[in-house]
Write a protein that binds this ligand. Structure first.
Ligand SMILES: Cc1cc2nc3c(=O)[nH]c(=O)nc-3n(C[C@H](O)[C@H](O)[C@H](O)COP(=O)(O)O)c2cc1C
Length: 195
């Protein structure tokens, strides 16, 4: 949920939050096209652009997908999103397809946030069970050699930040992340994923 005007790319990057519940307001065509355009303009290895974006608005289709997902937590945040966008990549076309699609995903999320829309990536690649992936591919007519990188809901965040399930931003400190000139001898790899 945006609290201050965004005046720089860094502000936008830091303000964006994963959103897990949405208002029922439909997403306008202009906003939808803009987020897809942002994804389209991601960089890609050798400019292969080995991606496609699958936009799902049909409530019955969305419900079928959500009901197939075995994880309740994931089901909850996909439910009631007005739009679901699948980012699909063709690994036959490019060895960098996963990287390329990930860059699309972030472009999409940033453009969405700049327009007051929330997204939340869900972990399809590489961890979703193969049976689920196959079922969803069959339902959506996705050829078997395409990889479902992620599905993200897209919508206006629930106006109540608590209900929107936006977690507080946390990041590891730059001191822990940045090294200069070479990897230091005494690097502590034992830290947990906490920030
Ligand atoms: C590859 C990937 C998979 C993710 N999968 C899930 C997921 O299954 N469920 C979920 O609630 N959030 C998921 N997220 C969102 C992360 O939890 C979120 O990005 C992280 O907690 C940082 O919060 P922020 O996005 O608000 O900065 C995923 C993010 C990424 C990049």
């Amino acid at each position: 949920m945006q609290t201050a005007p965004i005046t720089s790319i860094l502000d936008l990057i830091k303000a964006r939050r994963s959103t897990r519940r949405f208002a029922s307001t439909p997403v306008s065509d202009a906003d939808l096209n803009a987020v897809l355009e942002a994804a389209q303009w991601a960089p890609s290895g050798d400019n292969y652009q080995p991606w496609k974006f699958l936009v799902i608005k049909n409530v019955a289709t969305m419900e079928k997908i959500v009901d197939m997902i075995p994880y309740k937590q994931m089901q909850a945040f996909l439910k009631k999103a007005p739009v679901l966008i699948g980012i699909l990549v063709n690994e036959r076309k490019s060895s960098w397809a996963i990287i390329d699609g990930s860059l699309c995903a972030q472009n999409l999320a940033l453009e969405a946030w700049a327009r007051g829309l929330g997204t939340c990536f869900s972990a399809w690649y590489p961890t979703a069970p193969k049976t689920l992936v196959d079922q969803v591919k069959t339902l959506l007519n996705i050829p078997s050699h395409w990889t479902i990188l992620t599905f993200t809901p897209l919508g206006y965040p629930d106006p109540d930040p608590k209900r929107a399930h936006i977690l507080p931003p946390k990041r590891k400190s730059l001191e822990k992340l940045v090294m200069y000139e070479k990897f230091p001898d005494s690097t502590d790899d034992s830290e947990n994923k906490d920030k």
